[in-house]
Design a protein around this ligand. Structure first.
Ligand code: IVH
Length: 689
């Protein structure tokens, strides 16, 4: 754990100017020199904003980065500045209008709005938008021969740290400028970052990609995580030579591309489209291979940018429009253990309310016991909570540990008191983690409560929410979902806070559920891997009896279902067979089988797999057609497959697909499997089309 920042647990508005400066300097040094983030970005920004408000001229407000670390120093040819920032559309617009005001010599005020709107439509008012990459600023110096000579970090903006050796190993970095284009001496600036796809494999060992990228770039010994993993986005080109003289920012980016560099994705837009660009880049974040914390907007016209000039801190022609913070620091109040339907007990952090991406958050998942133990959480800890891409917030790290004892997993189920068991389980990403389970899930009240709630939700029984379900179980009225169908008005009106109207409404809902569609019933059982989509697939294949008699292989044949899911479904159906029988005493199941159905029709007993490009119909339709004819449609060739139907000209291809190869092997091994072209197949069976 790095040393704690001074005054970090105090409200910035309560700190003196000196204290704020000390806190910010501490954080800057840790961030720029040691690749550490002692505070969340949001907490850092609050402290900086406060200092800016109370002491706008304080040197710490205008400072850029931190002095270069222990490596050799490199003096920059021109200052590597920071960026001005805004977080809202009207702040952006004030900046944009300000640029017009500056260039026309008028004062910036709302009076200029109309003029700014007109300006937006002209080339002079054009902007270039790029994502603001969460990496490390880096300057690459090319000599007169076009060779990469020096790579340096930003440092404090004037003097950076020499990282040439590691930087030269970055995969997409230009080592030598191509012949025929502008030659050196010139400098390319941009952001070194670690692509998220490469970070994924080590994400459990490092706090975030930026820290790791910084560590790798500055490392003396890079054997642990080689710099070849890093990548570089170029956004600037500085040249003393007159032959490199683009007149717009976008032309500069194009020139960088011609030189072999990768700029960040960019869009040229008018001032009126900046919000749309912001929204577009924000939407792309979920699938981008890099982290970004906003967009950078730069005036496209370089002559204008030169006229606007720079402050000691940033160029006036550029601004970073930041995304709403999706992470912040808050206090851990307690760890709550939540018992799921399956008996899995998950640790949940209960935190002091904090706003993440615009929503108030008071709970954050801790995923599993391994993760809890890794974080060594204690009530009173200052923790960073992150909410990425609309998913459930989670606890990223401890910023400042509290003094209480670390939370341990309970030895008894918090719901039913049964001893808990810790089991190793795959976390869904191929990593084995410790998971806590109630030792007696079948009898566990919370587990039963969740099962009942899930049942009610799946059957859309209105009124059966958390509270009602809890009371029904607590009062011993309902032990399992089938008991719902035995409830009488008197039972319900005897309950606290349930009047006659509510009782009859609840019973009306139960009444309605006496006829239920098969997929809904299947989902209501709460079997792992048996969600809505799978239930629909199964229901298209047969009635409940048929589904209950399906083997793992039968189920695995269904579209996109793997063996593991199929096993879970077969096991779940067996485990729930008593409940199902009990439910069937009360429920009439509406089946939805496609006409025909399995076991009945010209394709009965056949298992058909399609491969290659089909001409007559799409693969899905072809599979549906087989099912209608009473056959099974598989996605992969297995020992059960009886037909492989090969679309396109793949049968004649010298490089058969893996499905075709496997089918040939099975057929030649004596299995009753026919390989047919699409035409051949439909000529045999198409009469029923
Ligand atoms: S334009 C004054 N474009 O953000 C330099 N900078 O917080 C303007 N950054 O120092 C450069 N992504 O290191 C630009 N798409 C992008 C960027 C970007 C990240 C960095 C840059 C700058 C820092 C300011």
């Amino acid at each position: 754990m790095p040393p704690a920042p001074p005054f970090a647990n105090q409200d910035p508005s309560q700190l003196s100017i000196d204290q704020l400066a000390e806190l910010l300097t501490f954080c800057d040094d840790a961030y720029y020199r040691d690749a550490q983030s002692p505070l969340s970005d949001a907490a850092y920004d609050r402290a900086k904003d406060r200092l800016r408000a109370v002491a706008p001229d304080h040197p710490v407000v205008h400072k850029i980065g931190a002095p270069a670390g222990s490596g050799d120093k490199v003096a920059h040819v021109s200052s590597m500045l920071s960026l001005d920032k805004c977080t809202m559309a009207d702040e952006f617009w004030a900046w944009y209008r300000g640029n017009l005001a500056q260039s026309t010599g008028k004062p910036n005020s709302a009076k200029l709005d109309d003029a700014a709107r007109q300006w937006a439509a002209q080339p002079a008012g054009r902007l270039v938008a790029t994502p603001k990459i969460d990496g490390l600023a880096c300057a690459l110096r090319y000599n007169a021969k076009g060779e990469l000579e020096v790579a340096a970090t930003r440092g404090d903006g004037r003097v950076g740290e020499d990282v040439t050796l590691n930087a030269k190993r970055i995969a997409n970095l230009v080592q030598r400028l191509p012949a025929g284009g502008p030659q050196g001496p010139l400098e390319v600036r941009g952001e070194v970052y670690l692509p998220l796809s490469r970070f994924a494999s080590v994400s459990d060992q490092f706090a975030n990609p930026r820290n790791l990228a910084a560590g790798v770039l500055k490392a003396k010994d890079s054997s642990a995580f080689p710099p070849e993993n890093l990548a570089f986005f170029a956004y600037d080109l500085i040249s003393q030579a007159g032959d490199v003289a683009p007149t717009t920012e976008s032309a500069k980016l194009e020139l960088l591309v011609a030189l072999g560099f990768a700029p960040p994705p960019w869009r040229v837009c008018s001032g009126l489209d900046a919000q749309a660009a912001f929204d577009r880049f924000a939407a792309n974040r979920a699938t981008d291979d890099f982290e970004s914390d906003g967009i950078v907007l730069r005036m496209d016209d370089l002559a204008l940018a030169a006229r606007l000039g720079v402050t000691s801190h940033h160029p006036r022609a550029a601004i970073a429009w930041k995304y709403a913070a999706n992470s912040d620091t808050t206090v851990l109040e307690a760890v709550h253990w939540s018992v799921a339907r399956t008996g899995t007990i998950t640790p949940v952090a209960v935190v002091a309310p904090v706003t993440l991406s615009g929503a108030t958050v008071t709970r954050a998942t801790l995923h599993n016991v391994s993760n809890l133990l890794r974080l060594a959480l204690r009530p009173g800890d200052q923790i960073e909570v992150v909410r990425r891409g609309g998913v459930i917030p989670h606890v990223e790290r401890v910023v400042l540990p509290g003094t209480a004892a670390a939370v341990q997993p309970p030895s008894a189920c918090p719901s039913c008191g049964a001893p808990t068991v810790q089991v190793q389980r795959d976390d869904g990403k191929g990593k084995s983690v410790l998971v806590l389970q109630c030792g007696d899930p079948d009898h566990c009240v919370a587990a039963r409560q969740r099962s009942l709630l899930h049942f009610c939700q799946s059957l859309e029984l209105e009124g059966f929410g958390d509270k009602v379900v809890e009371i029904l179980i607590d009062q011993g009225l309902v032990d399992n979902p089938a008991d719902l169908f035995l409830l009488r008005v008197d039972d319900l009106t005897a309950l606290p806070r349930v009047g006659p109207t509510m009782a009859s409404n609840l019973l009306a809902q139960v009444q309605r559920a006496r006829r239920t569609k098969l997929p809904m019933l299947l989902v209501s059982l709460g079997i792992p891997s048996l969600g809505k989509q799978t239930a629909q697939l199964l229901a298209a294949r047969g009635d409940l009896a048929a589904i209950r008699s399906m083997s793992t292989a039968d189920i695995a044949q269904l579209h996109s279902l793997g063996d593991k899911s199929a096993e879970a479904i077969v096991r779940g159906l067996a485990e729930q067979s008593m409940l199902l029988d009990a439910l069937l005493l009360h429920i009439e199941v509406e089946t939805q089988m496609l006409p025909g159905g399995p076991g009945d029709g010209p394709m009965a007993g056949q298992v058909v797999v399609f491969t290659g490009a089909m001409q007559r119909m799409g693969r899905r339709d072809a599979q549906q057609w087989v099912i209608k004819q009473g056959g099974l449609a598989g996605d992969s060739v297995t020992a059960d497959t009886t037909f492989l139907v090969v679309g396109g000209d793949e049968l004649d291809s010298p490089t058969p697909s893996s499905k075709l190869k496997k089918a040939i092997k099975l057929r030649d091994g004596g299995q009753k499997l026919q390989i047919l072209s699409e035409d051949g197949f439909f000529q045999n069976f198409g009469s029923v089309l």
